[in-house]
Ligand binder design. Sequence first.
Ligand code: FAD
Ligand code: SF4
Length: 511
Amino acid sequence: MRHLVVVLGDQLNLDSHAFDDFDEAADCVWMAERLGESTHVWSTKARSALFIAAMRHFASELRQRFPLLYTRLDDHGPGDLVEHLAAALDEHTPERLVIVRPGEHRLRAGIQAACKARGVQYVERPDRHFLCATADFHEWARGKTQLRMEHFYRWMRQRHGILLDGGKPVGGRWNFDAENRGHFGREGPGWVPRPIGFEPDELTASALADVARALADHPGELTGFDWPVTRDAALQALDDFMEHRLAAFGQWQDAMWTGEPYLFHARVSACMNLRLLDPREVIDAALARYDQGKVGLPAVEGFVRQILGWREYVRGVYWLAPERLLASNALRAHAPLPWFYWTGDTDMTCLRETVTQTLQTGYAHHIQRLMVTGNFALLLGVEPKQIHEWYLAVYVDAVEWVEAPNTLGMSQFADGGRMVSKPYAASGRYIERMSNYCQGCRFDPGEALGPTACPFTTLYWDFLDRHRTRFWNHPRAAMQWRSLDRLPEGKLGKIRAQARELRDTLSSSTD
Ligand code: FAD
Ligand code: SF4
């Protein structure tokens, strides 16, 4: 065999560089569903099912074009993906293994090592899915101690000529972030368009059944699984968002509401991460709506910023130094992850809603991830590795290149501020303003002490206190930290004691 062309579960695009120069007589494509990919972190059923269903659909298309070696979840062979691939290298003895850069450092290193041990040449091709090549990001980041997304985003807008007018930003501003922070007050969002869902077809049903059997003890549910798993379905999902929710996306992108998991969000991250959608077509679809006058500039700019900005930026950050990022723990946090992250069983309404929804659907929107589950772990001082593995396990869109920088850099400040200028730490008051969660909660977001004190608020003050030295003179964070001075005499000592008690209780309920 000349080339064994490896296609991983998140590389499902037919226009991939992996297929360039494919020779049907001498090459073969290799794909495998392996249990190890669901167990190296304790993956939810929905996440594994999404990958496997999408892989099976892609394989059925691929088979019509290329010879394909495909292993299903219950087929024999090592459960570990790399070991399984190594066995294939031994059996087929290709001259080269051809692959597009994997989305995880762990897999990339494992595959490279398997090739090296067998004298098989490892050929890694660039990923044409992204708008910023890793080498270009390295160039942009060279010499910078802090990597600010906003600077990268402006650079990308200019490079790709997006929302520009004579080299200047359309509308006179690069960023409409201030218009993207609306909340629903007490009235709520009113009618929210239901996103299009996809009834499982026969192939998806087979994936759901196999996952239900193989991952019976894994968290989460499969009833109601309605994610798009083919390119056609992904295109319909994109169109549905553009038609019904994009116009409201900008204003409400930070808001949260009980029983409304999707609100005006796109629900396309998983489609993009699996390569069923190309980020360019997603951006172009939004720009077309703007050009047709169907949506306003703040909504379109806010949406484009997420994809052209954040998504490309986090990938660049990840590949600068994945091992360093994964090992980072700048705030020296060592608490265990509370067990309710795997069950939703807590009387804190915001966390119960977010975790339960996550386990049921494999989805939570950005602010739920950042300011509810992420914020709580940050305030509590959870060890970054544990919360990182949780995020990687539970969301259908979770792939390490995007999950790890968001979790470790943005949400946990574990990288010491390379990505964000100050920690995303907030008390219960933020959640009260941005959602209706507190209305049904037995805790009071304004209280830091006593039996009805909101744990977020107690831990918030305690967090400021614990990290006082680091942030007291910090150019961006000092104002927030100086609020410690406004606490009445003696209150901080009581808060410390209540926070200690909370930490003890939550640590003793780790399983
Ligand atoms: P929308 O809110 O409608 O946004 C549109 C698109 O913008 C998304 O589909 C996504 O592709 C992109 N986007 C938005 N924010 C980000 C961001 N911060 N980083 C990268 N892309 C972004 N996203 C993932 O795709 N996979 C993950 O594993 C993941 N883990 C996260 C962990 C934490 C702690 C946080 C705070 C965020 C994480 N995100 C992750 C980013 C973001 O929450 C999701 O992309 C978004 O919620 C997906 O839902 P949507 O498609 O409805 O997105
Ligand atoms: Fe969450 Fe505190 Fe509000 Fe309860 S009161 S929902 S715990 S922020």
